[in-house]
Design a protein around this ligand. Sequence first.
Ligand code: ADP
Ligand code: MG
Length: 382
Amino acid sequence: STPANALTGPRVTVCVRKRPLTRKERTAHNRDIVTVNPADGALFVHELREKVDLTKHVVTHPFTFDRVFGEQVSNSIVYENTAKPLVDTLFAGGRGTCFAYGQTGAGKTFTMAGDGTENPGLYTLAVRDVFDRIRAMEADEWQFASEQGIDDFEPSDPPQVWISFYEIYASRLQDLLNRCAKLECREDGNNQVQIVGLAERLCEVEEDVLDCIDEGSAARSTGVTGANDDSSRSHAVFQIELRQPPSTSPPLDVHNAMRERLLRGGRHNQGELQKGAEIGRLCFIDLAGSERGSDTANSTKQTRMEGAEINKSLLALKECIRAMDKRKDHTPFRGSKLTQVLKASFVGKSCKTVMIANISPASCNVEHTLNTLRYSDRVKEI
Ligand code: ADP
Ligand code: MG
């Protein structure tokens, strides 16, 4: 059931999502200056300029991306075309990463975390899919056993789902599932990056994960220092790890592994709170507001430093994705804390990345929108 291209094919996909005008923007007489053409991935920004003699003229900026989503497109359609293929990558033994990029208010959190139960976001939709697929594997195993006439059949343990959720705030790591505890990131002898002390929750059902998402999202908006903190100044990393049940060796193809164990007459092992070998990993990153790096208005020393750090991390991210896309050997992941902790998602052969650039359609945001589109364009520049 895993598509053949779950590990091969293009490594980097860049999509743009335009949100609707907000009521506030309408009230302020903003125009919608962005048109999208989903059929061919074209997107146009119609910038209204004023000449010296006060006559107005329109400058149209054309862009092309792998996919463009208009303001009518739901989270589930965005999911089908962005993160869902990464769930295939996860089950095929690879690492998938999905970024939401864009200025504050452009719709990153709406896309990732969603907007209440009627509008679930990519985190939730992916988690549902993961558990659906595990259930389908189990059902398939039963069916296979009965077809083979195996009468003393005991189902094998399903793969484990481990969740973690943390935040990178001005190059510090904070655990969103452990009261914003400070975390250290270290590289071990095998050049593997470890986040020391990161809370990892073993989730047996979808609802367990949804609880983690709620808990982490609440911690994110409050932050470690309370009111002073703001989600637009941090990168949030939501991670789903698929692991073998601890008793088994780590084959790459989970599906066939179950079948093989069945044919060998393998025995069911009681799962304990122990981590098995990694099968795959899926990360969702709700990035800090992209305007932060350039925002110098009413800045204090603290916010300037934060801005510089965010700028550095978004530039390093761009370079890492470019290196991945071009299949370069050297990936400049040391450029920032963000890219350093995501190293494992950039360097392997079976890594895939989807960037979702979120944009506002409002005329007042034209500069930020153009910046976002130029950044995203550079991510995949040929
Ligand atoms: P960000 O996380 O990028 O700062 P948000 O996701 O918080 O932005 O979105 C800002 C506002 O716009 C929120 O009120 C959100 O509900 C709304 N919004 C964003 N994207 C959409 C969309 N695609 N459809 C409807 N409303 C949206
Ligand atoms: Mg947000």
